[in-house]
Design a protein around this ligand. Structure first.
Ligand code: NAD
Length: 345
């Protein structure tokens, strides 16, 4: 297959690109290289003849038309997005423009390309979304593919809007779409403003390890390479429609943070336990209490399950950050990294 991946220089997109190339797919990576984009994530495939890069913005419709016409992909995997909830609280505008208008541009460009190709049956537009569109759960229950939308942050509302557009383009124009809604990812190349890398890097720097509120928010954690594997499986073998993807690894934030501290105690011992650096800070506005994914559809129809437990995945992740200091040090100078964001609401 020849796949056009948007956002391929980001955390999840780069995992998808690396895996797709390893499996013999041709990949065109379309990325605007915002503060979150990092071509170093793709160093292992940069010289591979299966890989090519297009520096473009999904808000630029003419660029999308040109790239589709030049590369003639069999499928589009759309991951490009503004992805950090805290940044969406401080400045929602970029989230509206990239996540909603950008997705609209992608859909229109893909539709005219697909029509020009005689509405080829095998073509797929795969929209990668989040479980955050479903809102916040109490202590019981799980999100299924039929859970009503209830987004509560500017980020999740912008992703929910993009999901609605994707569904509408299928119903109205017949565009062959598949939609996946996934839980929290973690793993190598995670941008150093998100919870797991913040914990690792602040711990190593001897700084306070910030935990929002009382750390009781629950997330379902999925190792990023397992997510990439699920996405390629859905693209290759899935039916049209939606699949929820989860890690079967629910954990309270405070427990996740303590697990990471324990791994660091083993790998990089010092006089006092890293958990002593944990500091509770003001909670995020509108912080959803709990997300949990019911993964029955992808498990029963496609036989997919995560390959690692959260303990194994975190162990690999911590080791990766210990081994790749040059990568994360270079990103620490980027705008907003290392600062408390999301307090301007
Ligand atoms: P990320 O922020 O690490 O990467 C986003 C990438 O998109 C960057 O390379 C950036 O340069 C690019 N980009 C941003 N705006 C662009 C634009 N206007 N035009 C072209 N490229 C642009 O994000 P991520 O964590 O890898 O998430 C990827 C996708 O997966 C997003 O759609 C996100 O909503 C979804 N998702 C993320 C998670 C998670 O836990 N991180 C979970 C579920 C779903």
């Amino acid at each position: 297959m020849k796949i056009l991946v948007t956002g391929g220089a980001g955390f999840i997109g780069s995992a998808v690109v690396r895996l797709a190339v390893a499996r013999g797919h041709k990949v065109v990576n379309l990325d605007a290289l915002t503060y979150a984009g990092c071509l170093e994530n793709l160093a292992s495939v940069a010289d591979d003849p299966l890989y090519s890069f297009e520096h473009a913005d999904i808000r630029d419709r003419a660029a999308l038309d040109r790239i589709l016409a030049v590369h003639q992909p069999d499928a589009v995997m759309h991951l490009a997005a503004e992805s950090h909830v805290d940044r969406s609280i401080d400045g929602p505008g970029d989230f509206i423009e990239t996540n909603i208008t950008g997705t609209y541009n992608m859909l229109e460009a893909a539709r005219s390309y697909w029509v020009a190709q005689g509405k080829r049956e095998g073509f797929r537009f795969h929209h990668i979304s989040t479980d955050e569109v479903y809102g916040s759960l109490g202590p019981e229950g799980m999100f299924t593919e039929d859970t009503p939308y209830d987004p509560r942050s500017p980020y999740s509302a912008s992703k929910a809007s993009s999901d609605h557009l994707v569904r509408a383009w299928h119903e109205t124009y017949g565009l062959p779409v598949v939609l996946t809604n996934c839980s929290n990812n973690y793993g190598p190349f995670h941008f150093p403003e998100k919870l797991v890398p913040v914990v690792i890097l602040n711990a190593l720097a001897g700084k306070p390890i910030p935990v929002y509120g009382e750390g009781l928010n629950v997330r379902d954690w999925l190792y990023v390479e397992d997510h990439a594997d699920a996405l390629l499986l859905v693209l290759e073998k899935g039916a049209m429609g939606r699949y929820n993807i989860g890690g079967e690894n629910e954990a309270r934030n405070i427990d996740l943070v303590k697990t990471i501290c324990g791994i660091l105690d083993q790998k990089r011992p010092k006089e006092t336990p890293y958990a002593n650096q944990i500091t509770f800070v003001q909670d995020r506005a509108g912080h959803d209490l709990r997300y949990a994914i019911d993964p029955s559809r992808i498990r029963d129809e496609l036989g997919w399950r995560p390959s690692v437990t959260v303990e194994e995945g975190l162990e690999r992740t911590v080791q990766w950050y210990l081994d790749n200091e040059d990568w994360w040090r270079a990103l620490q100078n980027r705008d907003g990294v290392g600062q408390r964001l999301g307090t301007k609401g």
